[in-house]
Design a protein. Structure first.
Length: 164
């Protein structure tokens, strides 16, 4: 079987499993299936395998942390001023990208996925960026990215075996 067909079968099947788990038995954890899928794609974007898992998850979480800092600063300092919000976003995005000088944070696209997912989740839920509990924006995104990366890793291993 060719790799694309194997990936289609495995990711389709595991996508159904992930959806079932996130929306069913694991719903109390607050995981977001859309973030799981973004992180899953990020895993493959980072090259797959053990290195792709590490690079993707670490960069996803780095991006989520930078977005959380931005959201906290916006909540504390902006008073709703669009210029201030824009400057805060610009600075935190620049810091996020500068983090790539450290190899640990070098997967810039994966960091952007984490940043965007955190901002998106917070805006969609009117979430409190200062909530670091189980269902707070940072925790929700970080856990969803870890789960997505793990699903990516498992799907890559199974598809690789099927393609041999």
């Amino acid at each position: 079987m060719n790799l694309v067909t194997a990936l289609a079968i495995v990711i389709g099947a595991l996508g159904a499993v992930a959806t079932y788990l996130v929306l069913g038995p694991a719903a109390d954890l607050g995981l977001q299936i859309w973030i799981v899928f973004i992180a899953w794609a990020s895993f493959f974007h980072c090259g797959g395998g053990e290195a792709g898992l590490k690079n993707s998850v670490v960069a996803n979480i780095w991006g989520a942390l930078c977005a959380t800092v931005a959201l906290v600063l916006v909540a504390k300092a902006s008073g709703g001023s669009l210029p201030v919000i824009s400057i805060i976003v610009g600075i935190t995005v620049a810091v996020m990208i500068l983090g790539a000088h450290l190899p640990l944070f070098g997967a810039i696209p994966a960091a952007v996925y984490g940043y965007a997912s955190t901002a998106g989740y917070t805006l969609l839920t009117s979430g409190d960026a200062l909530n670091f509990g189980l269902k707070g924006p940072f925790t929700t995104v970080a856990l969803s990215c870890i789960v997505g990366g793990l699903f990516g890793y498992v799907s890559g291993k199974i598809a690789g075996t099927l393609a041999k």
